[in-house]
Design a protein around this ligand. Structure first.
Ligand code: NAD
Length: 250
């Protein structure tokens, strides 16, 4: 592991353009479970609440669960050492951007400046009729579903539901970052969600070296990963940052 960490640190130090691509795994140590798997959110909740047709036909029921998961529960989470280390890499000039599939805002809370949110952000709610966006913490959720002040429509969290398109700007910027990347850190993602999972493949196709951080192997591991750092993001990323710093000091 030490050898691999040193190798990864050298690659980052020598790279002219490094990008991180993150998934639900990086937030597990902040207390946010992934969606799938034994302890995943979908073992306790029915994913239909994020199906657009169900949401609009059953706004009260959907919003009761959505509030519980994404506002009462996600809202209490704090960035962990993995998020903070990525922000540190950016502050030192060694990381250009984070492309994230997460919707929990924890990269920004850790201090990351350039974050492309492939699936939106739960901190915002939007009116599907007039397009007005509101900060979720400023919305009265004592009566559900919350409604737009302007036209009375049911507000929707500003992250994508099943079958919705990816926000245009985030999509374009993510793939542009992937094409420019000389090194891509792929952290805490199984790569099962399309089209987000194409981002690391795009980077690899354009010659990027892929460094993967995950306690388990994924479909990326055998196909495109050059350096696999087995472990939790909250432990591996701070160690990686420390090694990059050492190389720069030495
Ligand atoms: P996933 O649930 O498919 O996979 C999670 C991955 O994280 C697994 O490979 C697992 O081995 C790994 N992992 C577990 N603990 C880890 C740790 N401590 N450090 C590093 N890796 C760890 O996740 P996905 O590929 O991101 O796909 C899920 C989709 O669900 C995403 O598109 C995302 O939008 C959404 N989601 C987001 C959040 C969030 O915002 N925090 C939470 C759940 C799901």
């Amino acid at each position: 592991m030490t050898d691999y960490l040193d190798k990864a640190a050298r690659l980052i130090r020598e790279s002219g353009y490094t990008v991180a691509f993150t998934g639900a795994g990086i937030s597990v140590e902040s207390g946010i479970p992934p969606f799938r798997g034994e302890k995943g959110l979908w073992s306790r909740y029915d994913p239909k609440i994020l199906d657009l047709d169900y949401f609009y036909s059953n706004p009260h029921d959907s919003w009761v669960k959505i509030k519980e998961i994404f506002y009462d529960f996600f809202g209490k989470a704090q960035p962990n050492p993995g998020h903070i280390a990525l922000a540190g890499l950016e502050q030192q000039g060694w990381l250009k951007s984070v492309v994230t599939q997460n919707i929990d805002n924890l990269h920004q809370e850790a201090g990351s400046q350039t974050v492309w949110e492939f699936h939106g952000n739960s901190q915002w709610v939007v009116c599907p009729q007039c397009g007005a966006r509101h900060f979720a913490s400023e919305i009265d959720m004592s009566e559900l579903p919350p409604r737009c002040h302007e036209d009375g429509s049911v507000l929707k969290p500003d992250f994508i539901f099943f079958g919705e398109g990816i926000p245009r700007k985030a999509y374009d910027q993510s793939f542009e970052a992937a094409r420019k990347a000389e090194v891509m850190l792929v952290v805490g993602t199984t790569g099962e969600v399309m089209p987000a999972s194409m981002v690391p493949y795009e980077a690899a196709r354009n010659g990027a070296t892929i460094i993967e951080i995950n306690p388990e192997t994924t479909p990326f591991t055998n196909q495109i990963t050059h350096v696999f750092l087995e472990g939790k993001a909250g432990e591996v990323l701070p160690e990686l940052l420390a090694r990059v710093r050492q190389l720069s000091a030495g």
